[in-house]
Design a protein around this ligand. Structure first.
Ligand SMILES: Cc1cc2nc3c(=O)[nH]c(=O)nc-3n(C[C@H](O)[C@H](O)[C@H](O)COP(=O)(O)OP(=O)(O)OC[C@H]3O[C@@H](n4cnc5c(N)ncnc54)[C@H](O)[C@@H]3O)c2cc1C
Length: 153
C-alpha cells in the first residue's frame, strides 16, 4: 500500500464501503438508503415517544421527535419523517449507504472483497459498511474495543 507515493507500513482503519475501497473490482455491493423530511408543528409535542415505527400503512416508516431525547423547552416541535430510498452512488440525496442488504448473492460478493483485503495485512476493516453487516451501536462499540485490544494495542 502506498501513501504520497511511498510504501505505507502503518495500520489503516477503514470504516467505509468495502467495494469502494477496491474500486468495485468484483462489482458494486447494494445498499439501502433513506430520505428524511423535517416538519415543524406549532404545538409542544407531536407524539408520545421519541420514535414511532410505521411498518405498514404509510410511505414513511418512522417518525422521530428528538425533543423527547434532548429535553428542549419550546412551544413548537420538529418531527423527522423517514422514507425508504433506493441507494444510488454519486446521486446527491440518494448516495448515503445506510444499510447493507443481506442475502446470499451479496454475501458471496462481500466474501470476495474480504478475501482480497487479506492481501493487505495492515488494513483493519471495521463497521457496518466495511463488514457489510448491520450492527446496533452497542455491538459496534464492543467490536471496536475488541478490535483495538486485538490488533492495535
Ligand atoms: C437510520 C438509522 C437508525 C439507527 N438507529 C439505531 C438505534 O436506534 N440504535 C442503535 O443501536 N443503532 C442504530 N443504528 C445503527 C448505528 O447507526 C450503527 O450501529 C453505527 O452507526 C455503526 O457504526 P459504524 O462505525 O459501523 O458506522 P458509521 O457510524 O456509519 O461510521 C462510518 C464512518 O466511516 C466514514 N466513511 C464512510 N466512507 C468512507 C470512506 N470511503 N473513507 C473514509 N471514511 C469513510 C463515514 O463518514 C462515517 O464517519 C441506526 C442506523 C441508521 C442508519
Amino acid at each position: 500500500m502506498k501513501f504520497l507515493g511511498k510504501k505505507f507500513e502503518g495500520k489503516v482503519i477503514y470504516t467505509g464501503e468495502i467495494d469502494v475501497l477496491f474500486d468495485s473490482c468484483y462489482g458494486d455491493l447494494p445498499y439501502r438508503s433513506l430520505r428524511f423530511e423535517y416538519e415543524n408543528y406549532k404545538k409542544e409535542y407531536f407524539q408520545e415517544t421519541a420514535m414511532t415505527s410505521y411498518p405498514n400503512n404509510y410511505d414513511f416508516t418512522r417518525t422521530t421527535e428528538t425533543k423527547h431525547m434532548t429535553g428542549q423547552d419550546s412551544k413548537t416541535t420538529t418531527v423527522i419523517y423517514e422514507y425508504p430510498q433506493k441507494y444510488e452512488r454519486n446521486v446527491p440525496g440518494k448516495d448515503v449507504p445506510y444499510y447493507p442488504i443481506p442475502n446470499r448473492e451479496n454475501r458471496e460478493r462481500y466474501e470476495k472483497y474480504k478475501k482480497h483485503a487479506e492481501n493487505y495485512e495492515n488494513i483493519i476493516l471495521i463497521g457496518r459498511l466495511a463488514r457489510y453487516l448491520y450492527y446496533n451501536m452497542d455491538q459496534m462499540i464492543k467490536l471496536t474495543l475488541d478490535t483495538f485490544e486485538e490488533k492495535i494495542k
